[in-house]
Design a binder for this molecule. Structure first.
Ligand SMILES: NC(=O)c1ccc[n+]([C@@H]2O[C@H](COP(=O)([O-])OP(=O)(O)OC[C@H]3O[C@@H](n4cnc5c(N)ncnc54)[C@H](OP(=O)(O)O)[C@@H]3O)[C@@H](O)[C@H]2O)c1
Length: 275
């Protein structure tokens, strides 16, 4: 893990003043300089979300495993108006270092209003059907590692009775399908975990937000021949959803009724479909 700060301001310069985003309210995000931690910051979706936050003057701490991509994203966000950017290079599969990483990030930001968890892998479904180690890798990256991060982050937020934990799950977690049930089950576990965490800590002033995108045009779906949503539109919806402290956000919104129907197809028909 490599920790660094990308802050061209002199160390003695006063940091921008911040206000926490309080429970139940709609934050006027354009006027408030928020402290935002982004895990998986080189993801196509996270990058698009960060471009909006940077233009609002947010303070950002970015974590990703690819140092070159991370440096390019950090430099771009700085030019777009981010008030502060810190970075850390870390493989988020390495749960043993999560506590150290998160406390460094939050010290660097001098607080945290929002955390966005965006890292994830699609994996290779046919390979995972034959190779348990690959199946376990998908489950670890998409489910176990987020649970480790959220255990630390939720305790941090509960102690302060504030914060938004926004986590990218997927519509794929709403029902297992033969074409991607390893990825889908990792996201189903994540969505169920988030629902339970929300049920426990929403009353403590902490928002737990489950983001469920349908297919989005990012590197993850580059080889998928399906209709994909524009990543910048998805990012706008995510930023608005976080401002409104939405519990569960389907993006684009049409996926909410679509997945309602998919969840309610009787199993005797569903098992015969090629999905
Ligand atoms: N695109 C879609 O259609 C779609 C739909 C539903 C949900 N999602 C979810 O949205 C999130 C963002 O995905 P995306 O579409 O933006 O795809 P993406 O561009 O492929 O981003 C995935 C990111 O996760 C990072 N990552 C994977 N494993 C990691 C690890 N062990 N440690 C640190 N970083 C790791 C990748 O880093 P590297 O760049 O270094 O590989 C990459 O930056 C994911 O959770 C994904 O499951 C995507």
């Amino acid at each position: 893990m490599t920790l660094s700060a990308f802050d061209p301001q002199p160390a003695t310069q006063t940091r921008p003043t911040t206000q926490p985003v309080h429970a139940g309210g709609v934050s006027p995000s354009a006027k408030v300089t928020r402290k935002i931690l982004v895990l998986g910051a080189t993801s196509g979706i996270a990058e698009a979300v960060c471009r909006i936050w940077a233009s609002q003057g947010a303070q950002l701490f970015l974590v990703a495993r690819n140092s070159e991509k991370l440096a390019a994203v950090a430099a771009d966000l700085k030019t777009r108006g981010a008030a502060y950017i810190g970075t850390a290079v870390a493989d988020l599969d390495d749960t043993d270092h999560h506590a150290e990483l998160l406390s460094h990030a939050i010290n660097s930001l001098t607080g945290m209003d929002v955390a966005l968890l965006a890292h994830g892998i699609l994996g290779d479904q046919p390979r995972a059907e034959q190779d348990f180690h690959h199946a376990a890798h998908i489950l670890h990256t998409n489910f176990v590692a987020p649970v480790s991060l959220l255990t630390w982050l939720s305790n941090y937020c509960v102690q302060r009775r504030s914060g938004v934990l926004a986590v990218i799950s997927s519509v794929a977690g709403d029902r297992g399908r033969k074409s991607n049930y390893l990825y889908g089950s990792s996201k189903a576990g994540l969505s169920a975990y988030l629902a339970g965490l929300r049920n426990r800590i929403d009353r403590e002033g902490v928002t737990v937000m489950t983001i469920k995108p349908g297919p989005v045009d990012t590197p993850m779906t580059a080889n998928m021949n399906v209709k994909k949503a524009d990543v910048n539109k998805v990012a706008e919806s995510i930023v608005k959803g976080i401002d409104k402290r939405v519990d569960t956000l389907y993006v684009p919104f049409q996926w909410a009724p679509i997945m309602w129907v998919v969840r309610h197809i009787p199993e005797r028909f569903f098992k015969k479909l090629n999905l």
